[in-house]
Ligand binder design. Structure first.
Ligand code: A3P
Length: 343
């Protein structure tokens, strides 16, 4: 029997006018490849267009586990945590097989846009094996995950509304949120170092784009609210990055309970040691050294960077601090969302 397909319900528009001028001025890597999706105007890159419908309609498996986040919210940390809990704490595989292969980044191919591919093709003309890898990286995410053996671990920054409507009825989802001021600082560093963005500006400029939803996968608060609304669904676990930081063992135990996995206190302790920032930062299996080798990330770039909460204070002057508070208050008005604060 032919499967019923939902047609993709959202309009996809090229970003135009001053917004596009500003985006191409500062995101040198992404240039004009900017689109906005649906009424909330999620900012993505043009290559998403070709896979939008397939992602929205991707066949799900009952044992899939999705980690869904706005960028720089603790995705990688949570992916490793979820993978290990769901894989019998198989550290030997976790060390051997890179996290990016164990847990696929669904819409990563949109970051491999024409600009960066042309640049990489030139740089790697003498290394055909790398050229092949770049082509593979461009394979639509929906195709990559269709080929994965079960259980599948899928990472995405897409908001719930752009994922299959039956997602939560079929699979488990861990959503991680983080204080947007720390997200912006972390994202600013990544955007300046990762060639697909190649952000060329200071933090103040980045922040002004961030609050106007002109940073990829924004609007931040719409993303968050979509997940928050579903937080009581039995297949949804809504976590804050700050909860992981404040009390890793208790939060790890909550995730284990959510996944229906039982481990001893000693096993949880060992997992926390594995996930501890100092160890995590040194773990090549969760890092992105390959992106540096390919020249997609600046040599000094750090994917696992500081691992702190509240570091934003070093980047915001008084006026920005007040503006940020106003922006947060305006967006959280009429919601019961509260970011846990870490001293
Ligand atoms: P900072 O840049 O503030 O340090 P993502 O994986 O979603 O891109 O999130 C990256 C952020 O999570 C970075 O924040 C990174 O340092 C932090 N992070 C990654 N692993 C961590 C860990 N084990 N402990 C604490 N923070 C971690």
């Amino acid at each position: 029997m032919e499967e019923l397909k939902n047609s993709f319900p959202f309009e996809i528009r090229n970003v135009e006018g001053t917004d596009n001028k500003e985006l191409s001025k500062y995101f040198l890597g992404a240039g004009n490849f900017n689109i906005q999706v649906g009424p909330k105007k999620y900012l993505l890159m043009s290559d998403y267009k070709g896979d939008a419908d397939n992602i929205y309609n991707m066949p799900l498996r009952q044992d899939d586990i999705f980690v869904v986040t706005y960028p720089r919210s603790g995705t990688t940390w949570t992916q490793e945590l979820v993978w290990l809990l769901a894989s019998g704490l198989d550290y030997s595989t976790a060390v051997k097989v890179p996290l990016s292969s164990r847990s696929i980044f669904l819409e990563f191919p949109m970051l491999m846009h024409q600009n960066i591919v042309e640049h990489l093709m030139k740089e790697h003309a003498e290394k055909p094996e790398n050229l092949k890898t770049f082509q593979l990286m461009r394979t639509p995410g929906s195709e990559q995950v269709a080929r994965m053996p079960s259980p599948r671990f899928i990472r995405t920054h897409l908001p719930l509304s752009l994922l299959p409507p039956t997602l939560l009825d079929s699979t488990k989802v861990v959503y991680v949120a983080r204080d947007p001021r720390d997200v912006a600082v972390s994202y600013y560093h990544l955007s300046s170092e990762f060639k697909s963005y190649n952000f060329n500006g200071d933090f103040k400029t980045y922040w002004s784009l961030f609050v106007r939803d002109l940073v990829y996968w924004s609007p931040f608060f719409e993303h968050l609210k979509e997940a928050w609304e579903m937080r009581h669904h039995p297949n949804m676990m809504f976590l804050f990055y700050e909860e992981l930081l404040q009390d890793l063992p208790t939060t790890v135990q909550r995730v284990a309970d959510f996944l229906g996995k039982e481990y001893t206190a000693d096993q949880i302790k060992e997992l926390c040691t594995h996930l501890k920032f100092e160890n995590f930062k040194k773990n090549p299996s969760v890092g992105i050294d390959n992106l540096k080798e390919y020249g997609m990330m600046a040599p000094k770039g750090e994917f696992i960077r500081k691992g702190k909460s509240g570091g934003w204070r070093d980047y915001f002057d008084d006026e920005m601090t007040r503006e940020a508070q106003r922006w947060i208050d305006n967006n959280l008005h009429n919601t019961d969302i509260q970011f846990p604060t870490v001293q």
